[in-house]
Design a protein around this ligand. Sequence first.
Ligand code: 48H
Length: 252
Amino acid sequence: MIRDTEVTRLIVEQFSKTFLEHIHIDVAIVGAGPSGLTAARYLAKAGKKVVIFERKLSPGGGMWGGGIGYPVIVLKQGHEILEETGTKCVEKDGYWTANSIEAVAKCVAAALDSGAQIFNAMSVEDVMVRDGRICGVVVNWSAIMDVGLHVDPVSIEAKAVIDATGHDCDITRIVEKKYGLNTPTGKIEGEKSMWADEGERKTVEHTAEVFPGLYVTGMAANAVAGAPRMGPIFGGMLLSGKKVAEMVMEKI
Ligand code: 48H
């Protein structure tokens, strides 16, 4: 016989246990798009305690839809990073293509299998700062934020925080507003118009620590640096995720 309240107890007990095991972590990654998922996989594989906080119910970010809703992504570089997850990449004329749904599913599975934790439907709405250094994130349920309820958030301590929030660069925007950034101009330059080659290159180049303890990756790095967008080509996102993981590993 199934006892309904036993289902309730198991859900509440299991989630509370997992959440409490992750209030002191090595790396908090905000956003489960391709760059965040890749960073999580490499960091967790290296033995770091990693959590991705994802605002939406489904991890995957902007990779689900491929280009114009056709579920295909294109790569010019970095296909080996995707292949490590088990995603099939097909070479044609110096480019690689992959099924975007397979790519998301396998990037998520690979991050989890490496030991990363994903908390979905949870938004990061602020950071923790001590002695001029980011040392954690402040989180709330996305549903609470979407409805606009006046419910206070809770804190998670982390040795490093990675902003993988894509075009909006949400976390860097918060830090820019409250403290300014450690970038050449101290501010977010804003994403420029489409130029795939330049956008791919600059995204990786500008993957960086933009404030002590805060790193940017993927489209967030691109937007902070004022680089062109690149459309549905994803190698730069993967290479940026790998690069930020290596940068963080050197520091913590
Ligand atoms: C929790 C949050 C918050 C928050 C946002 O957009 P993404 O896929 O990001 P990337 O950088 O890994 O990949 C970008 C790529 O998908 C893309 O858009 C490209 C290549 N565009 C080119 C072009 O020309 O348009 O994922 C970001 C994730 C999303 O899932 C958000 O829901 C999540 O971050 N997120 N999660 N707290 N405050 N803000």
